[in-house]
Design a binder for this molecule. Structure first.
Ligand code: COI
Length: 357
């Protein structure tokens, strides 16, 4: 399909940040964006690339009141060979369609949006940072645009993709972070929207996140909403614990996000013949393991966070150190290997990586 593009004149383009250390996460946006609209009579239409610009929305439009929206997060990488690489991007659109289904929104045509994504990334390729650990973050978003206040599914939608260069998600970089277990607030309950990548889940997390931050912690570790007992996820990432030579992550119970990096970690560990289990794991089991020293490592996985080692856990006002409080060997090996795949530095036995330029 032809996707028309209207480009910003070179002299009017924004300056591209030069210092990788100053990038942070989600602070800079590139010059262009992809957009298309949906109506029941026309389906998805008017696919196009335009200069990055603010959206004009009716103040009554549904997304602003009832949160009917879904988003994704993925990255484009610049290899040492100067190639541009994408990682499992079709899986992001498949997951977005699962989110759309849960939120009564129309499915995206995966072939078309994959084409649009590649075209946008190629146009913005000067924005892809060259430093290791940095990438061009890509944020697809679908929002409900009917101008109406009755609570129902919207009929019209806008889908768009924006991009921008990013460094590490956490200020700690790849250094281990401290996490805080919330036993009061919950993020999502089975049967709710916890498995969908939608703003409501992130809004629900803010109060505990603020509580955690005020006590010096980077992130909140969520427990299941019914028993307040089983480990779920960390909002921005899925969690893994290494007990001796066994790795455990919680199963996709319906209230946690089915992370693409989570799935990549599982597949990589299986290929390395590491014993890995998707099973319910209670906070009591983790705390006992931390006390006895049988929990050797803990780390999170996510597109933004990549692999993020955890050095300490606070639960019910007690602090527990993970292992020796430093990045563990498995976390380091996974981080190095995933990055090497994503940047095209290592042969890809999984069929996850596509070089597009
Ligand atoms: C990601 O890992 O890409 C996410 O979407 C997590 C967060 C930044 C919202």
């Amino acid at each position: 399909m032809d996707i028309p593009q209207r480009v910003v004149e070179p002299a009017k383009r924004k300056p591209i940040p030069k210092d990788p250390a100053s990038l942070g996460f989600g602070r800079y946006f590139s010059d262009h964006m992809f957009l298309m609209e949906y109506t029941p009579s026309k389906g998805w239409h008017d696919a196009r690339i335009e200069p990055y610009h603010p959206l004009a929305l009716d103040p009554s439009c549904m997304v602003l009141h009832y949160g009917q929206e879904a988003f994704e997060g993925l990255k484009a990488y610049r290899g040492k060979d100067d190639g541009v690489y994408l990682f499992r991007y079709r899986d992001n659109f498949k997951r977005m369609n699962a989110s759309c289904e849960r939120l009564c929104m129309p499915a995206l045509p995966v072939d078309l949006v994959a084409e649009a994504l590649k075209k946008l990334v190629l146009l913005e390729s000067p924005w892809i940072p060259k430093s290791p650990g940095c990438a061009l973050y890509i944020r697809p978003n679908i929002i409900a645009t009917d101008a109406a206040l009755g609570v129902r599914a919207s009929e019209s939608y806008l889908f768009y993709i924006i991009t921008g260069p990013v460094g590490a998600y956490y200020p700690e970089g790849f250094n281990p972070i401290s996490i805080y277990v919330s036993d009061h607030f919950v993020r999502a309950v089975r049967g709710g929207i916890g498995a969908a990548k939608t703003g409501g889940n992130y809004a629900a997390s803010l109060v505990a996140q603020r509580e955690a931050k005020s006590q010096g912690f980077s992130q909140v570790l969520w427990l299941d909403a019914i028993h307040r007992k089983y480990i779920e996820e960390v909002g921005t990432m899925n969690m893994f614990f290494r007990f001796g030579d066994e790795v455990v992550t919680c199963p996709l119970t319906g209230s946690i996000l089915p992370g693409i990096t989570r799935d990549s970690v599982l597949q990589v560990l299986k290929r390395w013949d590491t014993r890995v289990f998707e099973r319910l794991c209670s906070i009591d089991e983790v705390v006992e393991g931390l006390r006895k020293g049988t929990v050797k490592e803990a780390f999170g996985s996510g597109t933004a966070a990549i692999i993020s080692p955890v050095k300490s856990v606070r639960y019910k006002a007690e602090d527990f150190q993970v292992g020796d409080g430093k990045t563990g060997p498995l976390s380091k090996k996974l981080y190095d290997y995933l990055l090497a795949l994503q940047y095209g530095h290592e042969p890809d036995p999984f069929g996850w990586v596509e070089r597009i330029a």
